[in-house]
Design a protein around this ligand. Structure first.
Ligand code: NA7
Length: 511
């Protein structure tokens, strides 16, 4: 199908009047904004529901917030950052990096803040959008960069509203609440709960970590970069580039990803041995050690990288509570065995509804098809990018894409490379509507599901990677296969409606 592509590339730029709307100004939306401006498009608007950019790094500000991808690898490839203070980047530095980058590339000028898109409807060859405040817009192409983990999941625990202290979800951390010397309960043992417990174990009078399921912990060091190192990164672009693509880290990521798709590989057994040794060697008390020992395989849940969690839970102020929670009372958390943990603060580190993507937005595709209906069983998209009957709408970090212990920025950049080739079809003036065909999605999805069940994520544990049927909703193949898939669309998988035809159809529906 290179014929389609060559024809398109030769007429690129014919439709610079194309109107783009990007939904969401987090890492992926900013990327889309930068790339569209760099491509010369001038009719681009980003809508952001909040009053600042940053997505997950804006919403999460809890104590200890850190990315588990090395700082230098957690940047846009075209915008290295010599100033990271540590090997693993603290959340606030990531937020500052995105804010700086947004301004540097002029994307701040094309964002409308405090405007949540609530409706997105395909009519007469264009997307008609509406924000919560009533602003309406029309776009030829919509890029949904709405993030994955943005709708907090609140646990169904009775009595939460009766608590007399402060209770909040970790993505809504209340910084007006004092911490030092007080009593806190942290519910949840995902990356968030683990980072909070590690950060607060020395500051609290008492910290109860409510653990429904223990986690395997991958040890990692998190040293500071010295001033000399940062100066060297500033002075030497080649060194900075090397740090971004540090061969040892990249090799580890590849090995890790291959292990995920081959749970019985030596690489996976090696990971299991490392986390087992970490538990054996780091936790002295045999009773606590058994409390912390998972009964499922390492990396089945998203693997947690922590330099200090095991040290934190062994501090005198910390208690790991493994019993079942009965309810929350004015004074604290009552366990099923009757124990009451008296607390001043309860932090719900209970994760996110990972199947929402661009919802709760109301999205209507060609012929009145509702996204909520199409995704009733579970969210799906061809190559994680395009949904049949939703033409000219492309997703970054959409459903069934790669997730794991690696940089989602890298994933989004590869996805953008793919999406811009679909945009080129529209830009050419030759095609009015571009969306994956139903057949292509069916084939892709059934192969994906079969492979996903065989990954380590499907090896028998509960996690946010699983869909409603318990199948990993992730990219189940190697990283290499993902890069190859993103290098160029297979145009035969797309329903391409010629512009003239699409226009004629819309004229008919106009009458
Ligand atoms: P996760 O990884 O989804 O973890 C949520 C945690 O909350 C997990 O330990 C759950 O236990 C626990 N949970 C949820 N509901 C309850 C109730 N009702 N009672 C007790 N415990 C509960 O969310 P995170 O925010 O930590 O991390 C999300 C991602 O953000 C992370 O993977 C990185 O990609 C960044 P369970 O294991 O289900 O028994």
């Amino acid at each position: 199908m290179t014929g389609i592509r060559d024809g398109v590339m030769s007429v690129l730029g014919k439709r610079q009047d194309l109107r783009f709307v990007v939904i969401g100004a987090g890492m992926a939306g900013i990327l889309a904004g930068i790339k569209l401006l760099q491509a010369g498009y001038r009719n681009v608007m980003l809508y952001e529901k909040a009053d600042r950019i940053g997505g997950t790094w804006r919403e999460n500000t809890y104590p200890g917030l850190t990315c588990d991808v090395p700082s230098h690898s957690y940047t846009y490839s075209f915008e290295p950052n010599p100033d990271w203070t540590r090997y693993l980047p603290p959340g606030a530095e990531i937020q500052a990096y995105f804010e700086r980058t947004t301004r540097k590339y002029g994307v701040d000028k094309i964002i409308r803040f405090n405007e949540e898109i609530i409706r997105c409807e395909y009519q007469q060859r264009q997307w008609h959008l509406e924000t919560r405040s009533g602003i309406r817009d029309v776009a030829d192409v919509v890029v949904a960069a709405t993030g994955v983990l943005h709708v907090p999941r609140y646990p169904a625990i009775d009595g939460m509203e009766s608590f007399s202290g402060d209770l909040f979800h970790t993505a809504r951390w209340d910084h007006s609440v004092p911490l030092d010397g007080r009593r806190i309960g942290v519910i949840g043992t995902g990356s968030t709960g683990v980072q909070i417990v590690s950060a607060l174990s020395e500051r609290m009078q008492k910290l109860v970590h409510f653990q429904r399921t223990p986690q395997w912990i991958m040890p990692v060091e998190n040293p500071f970069f010295s001033e000399e190192q940062k100066q060297a990164f500033r002075n030497d672009p080649e060194l900075l580039k090397y740090m971004q693509n540090e061969p040892e880290y990249l090799a580890n990521v590849e090995r890790f990803n291959n292990a995920i798709v081959e749970p019985d590989s030596p690489a996976m057994h090696e990971i299991e041995a490392i986390v087992r040794d970490n538990l054996e060697n780091s936790v002295d008390d045999p009773v606590l050690r058994e409390k912390l020992r998972p009964n499922y395989r390492a990396a089945c849940k998203r693997l947690i990288y922590s330099p200090d969690f095991y040290q934190a839970v062994q501090r005198p102020a910390v208690e790991v509570e493994t019993g079942a929670i009965d309810r929350i009372e004015p004074k604290g958390v009552r366990m099923k065995d009757g124990t009451l943990h008296e607390l001043d603060i309860i932090a719900l580190a209970t994760g996110f509804q990972a199947d929402q993507f661009m919802r709760p937005m109301n999205v209507t595709g060609r012929g009145g098809v509702q996204l909520n209906d199409v995704w009733a069983a579970r969210p799906r998209a061809y190559m994680a990018i395009s949904i049949p009957e939703f033409p000219n709408l492309f997703m970054l970090n959409g459903p069934n894409g790669p997730v794991g212990n690696f940089s989602l920025i890298d994933i989004a950049e590869h996805q953008w490379h793919y999406i811009e080739q679909l945009i080129a079809l529209i830009d050419s003036g030759k095609y009015g509507e571009v969306s994956a065909s139903k057949e292509a999605l069916e084939v892709f999805d059934s192969e994906r599901i079969a492979a996903a069940k065989r990954t380590i994520f499907g090896s028998g544990c509960q996690s946010w990677y699983l869909d409603a049927e318990g199948v990993p909703a992730t990219w189940p193949w190697s990283q290499q296969r993902f890069y190859e898939a993103m290098s160029q669309p297979d145009y035969t998988a797309y329903q391409l409606v010629a512009l003239a035809e699409a226009t004629a159809d819309s004229a008919v529906s106009d009458t």
